[in-house]
Design a protein around this ligand. Structure first.
Ligand code: GLU
Length: 495
């Protein structure tokens, strides 16, 4: 490719970012990064009625979390804010003026009442063309300009070709062709002076020198409108790639009723961003028919639009969870600690009495890394490490087949043995406790069960030798001592 690739993501801020939108962003980003090109974010916010407060912020938070960085943009709210169409209205008005001056567009003063009456009539007549009938097409343009000046409410419509076909090439779908007669003269400028999506989108893609447009297949039917606009302006059109639909496993369009669909929900559920990036990329793209696990870097290396499928992609939640397990296991200790910290900062766990630091996150990696499916599983396993007092009922210390007296012997011997250990690591702890159990003639499982409750308050915990090591000698011995105290007070109470 000789010219520098410039791809873009052009979200409309109309709600929480759906995985479909983000998949579009990911493909644009991967394509740009693969070619060493630029990736631009443009917020398409000219439809004031559909604009939702906070939607842009959620979108940007989703992109940042996934590691999709972007290039350039005005300094709105910090460096490289995204472009926002509402800040560029003059550009669109000038573009509309140029279309008016060449006659490629015209003013239309049909009222909404007339248009809905027309539609009803067409429906009653069973007409195969429902839509605008071109009533204002041939009005005198000087006259309509004067009327507009004197305050006549109007929109501006683009004059579509009414015969022949509009041809284009889609990178994924190949040659595509559209019957012009099926398309109405669409609105480019609304009566409130805001451009429509079609106009602003084309004007911006041109001015931003976008070379490749990647977007959802829903937009394919708008392509002839855009192609004709490019032709009317005398501009070269970018290349287009319309991405496949995302369906749920029941083969209907993925929606809320299938489960989480917003990226931030997946974040809250404790998926790693690398999982979601990998998973969403596989919704449409593949390298071959077997490789499924990729890092962001590998995706960037291999991605190509030619390998995006035309067929619908299926979003399988079970597969997503499986993939998260794989990414968690494959990630480095450092990265895993960062992912945990990031998660706890966003969603502080109820179990934690205080915000943990990086040192803590790194310390617990050996206890959790291989044992969890998603990030929220971590806090309940390790919160005891952040608490001064461990919560449990005294009876829980007493294992099946044991009594207070034998349990106290276990606790006493463990406390003494652990306090004497010179190097307090899991191997040394194990080498102490196993023979100790034998010497006491008590099963290892019983000894470890008691120590687990004494040290963690949990019936199920990470392996106890590692857990004791992570607790550290002083704290481990102290917690066993406290258990002994509790039981011996009980013993005197019961004797
Ligand atoms: N604003 C449109 C959307 O949210 C962009 C479509 C396009 O990329 O052209 O889907």
């Amino acid at each position: 490719m000789t010219t520098k690739v410039r791809a873009r993501f052009a979200p409309s801020p109309t709600g929480e970012p759906h995985v479909g939108n983000i998949r579009t962003a990911i493909f644009g980003w991967l394509f740009a990064r693969h070619h060493g090109g630029e990736f631009i974010i443009r917020v398409e916010d000219t439809d004031q009625a559909r604009k939702v407060d906070g939607a842009t912020e959620m979108m940007l938070a989703s992109l940042k979390w996934l590691g999709l960085d972007w290039d350039e943009g005005p300094d709105i709210g910090g460096p490289h804010g995204p472009y926002e169409q509402s800040q560029r209205l003059q550009l669109y008005r000038d573009a509309v003026d140029s279309l008016l001056s060449t006659g490629a567009a015209y003013r239309c003063s049909c009222t909404s009442e007339r248009l809905s009456a027309l539609r009803e009539q067409q429906q009653r007549d069973g007409s195969d063309r429902i839509g605008y009938d071109g009533k204002c097409r041939d009005r005198d343009s000087d006259e309509t300009r004067e009327l507009a000046k004197s305050g006549e409410s109007h929109v501006v419509r683009f004059r579509m070709l009414d015969t022949g076909t509009t041809e284009a090439v889609d990178i994924i779908r190949g040659d595509v062709s559209f019957e012009n007669a099926l398309y109405d003269d669409f609105v480019v400028l609304k009566s409130d002076g805001f451009p429509t999506y079609h106009l602003a989108n084309v004007v911006d893609d041109h001015h931003m020198e976008i070379t490749h447009v990647t977007r959802a297949v829903e937009w394919l039917s708008s392509l002839p409108l855009h192609i004709q606009l490019y032709q009317a302006f005398g501009w070269d059109a970018p290349e287009f790639a319309h991405l496949p639909l995302i369906l749920a496993t029941d083969r209907t369009k993925l929606s809320k009723r299938h489960g989480a669909t917003s990226v931030l929900e997946f974040r809250e559920m404790g998926l790693l961003p690398e999982t979601l990036l990998n998973f969403l990329t596989m919704l449409g793209w593949s390298l071959d028919d077997k490789t499924e696990i990729f890092t962001a870097q590998e995706l960037t290396e291999h991605f190509s639009l030619e390998r995006v499928s035309r067929s619908d992609a299926v979003f399988d939640f079970d597969k997503l969870n499986w993939m998260n397990g794989v990414h968690i296991r494959e990630t480095s200790a450092d990265r895993f600690a960062d992912a945990m910290l990031d998660y706890w900062t966003q969603y502080p766990p109820d179990e934690f009495p205080m915000a943990p630091d990086r040192e803590f996150a790194l310390r617990i990696v050996p206890l959790t890394h291989d044992r969890i499916k998603s990030l929220p599983d971590v806090a309940p396993l390790v919160s005891f490490l952040l608490r001064e007092r461990i919560d449990y009922d005294d009876e829980e210390l007493i294992q099946r087949g044991m009594d207070i007296e034998s349990t106290c012997r276990v606790l006493q011997a463990s406390q003494d043995g652990l306090a004497r250990l010179e190097s307090f690591d899991s191997a040394a702890i194990e080498a102490l406790l196993r023979p100790m159990a034998k010497g006491l003639d008590i099963k290892v499982g019983q000894v470890l069960g008691t120590l687990r409750v004494a040290a963690t308050g949990l019936k199920v915990s990470p392996p106890i030798f590692e857990t004791l090591e992570v607790m550290g000698q002083e704290r481990a011995v102290r917690s066993i001592h406290a258990a002994l105290d509790r039981l011996s007070t009980g013993m005197s109470r019961y004797s």
